[in-house]
Design a protein around this ligand. Sequence first.
Ligand SMILES: [Zn+2]
Length: 447
Amino acid sequence: MNATSFGQNTTAPQHLERHYDLVCRACGHTMADDGLTLRCPGNHTPAFLRTRYHDREPAVSPESEGLYRYRRWLPVVRTLPGAGGTVVYRAEVLGRALGLGELWIAFNGYWPERGADLRTGTFKELEAYAVFGRLPERPPVLVVPSVGNTAAAFASVFSRTEVECLLVVPDSGLHRFATVSDIAPTVRLVSITGGDYDDAIELAERVSALPGFRAVGGAWNVARRDGLATVLLSAVEAMGELPEVYVQAVGSAVGAIAVHEAATRLIASGRYGTATPRLLMCQNEGVAPVHRLWHGGPEAHGPVDKEQRRAATGRVYADELVNQRPPYSLTGGIEEALRTSGGDVLRCPGEAARAATELFARTEGIDIEPAAAVAVTCLGRSVQEGRVSSGARVLLNITGGGRARLAAGMEDGRAAQPALRLDFSALDSPGIVQRIRELFPAADVSA
Ligand SMILES: [Zn+2]
């Protein structure tokens, strides 16, 4: 581990001052953060806000745990003890199997032998830790729609806090909670029977409009992006330099955008060259919204019928990669990151990803999530097809792994249960939002 390229910051206050501002990518408007703001108040086309840290150089805070090691470049005013982070190592055996001379793995999940301790098995936990750290002193109820992984991560992290939180997931995502036990009463899970991610997003939007409730805001929340950016900070600390190619499976592509932003920030510090890593984003064959947007072509609009979409989504290998509304064309979004990094979007079939899961278990000795297997597969194919040269310095984000290992250590029957189960056919009925509201009797309607 090469820690010398990062300076050290040894002061460790429990509660930090806000050591950053928010800057609009479109109009440059700069503002202090209230811990919740998602958008620029300016009247212009959609654009992300970005954090601007007072420290222009990267610095580690070795006394802080997990991802908070990089808290000088996180929009957080507090940290949570016991936080996990990304583990980065050079994977010689898998690299050889894929035809690569220098393959680095950023492992996100549970793998005690390697020191990986994200207890819900995915990098979504990095987002949850950062979002928690960003919140103001008395936050509203946070509303989080999710395919499943994000909700499980928020359930696990927020159950260790006093913050109230509403998680909305399709019932197809409830198995992601198999390793989450002991949800605090401040965290409420609502499932949608027969629904999909879009149904969860729509319902969450309606609840977020209530007084005392706020949307966590997907890719718009700077804490989610900068939390995921610690994947690259961990990698650069281990590698001593930026990777040339970065490979990740994407749904909404928040992680890939975050890595691009972090690379830009590292380059601006003057010590990491001039080229951001080429982003290779990976999706399933069949339902690949980001691939469709990037490559266009005959299926550019995909199945528009809701039933068709539901059926197609049910058949894909990694169902966390099917977000139909990824942040694509806005300023600071996916298209910009792909264009400026010289990136590409790839796809692979489920059978190939299944084989990659076995390859990874054999070479590295740990189970990985379906999305991560899609990334491994697309990387291997890219080397074979010459899109990635065998000599390239490659960083592969294993976005989730070790869940089988985690499950093996769990008692049966303790998994979290929904506080409310709704049928998707009943979502439009007028009383639904009120029923959810009643799950939070203490919500502060003046917030
Ligand atoms: Zn603006």
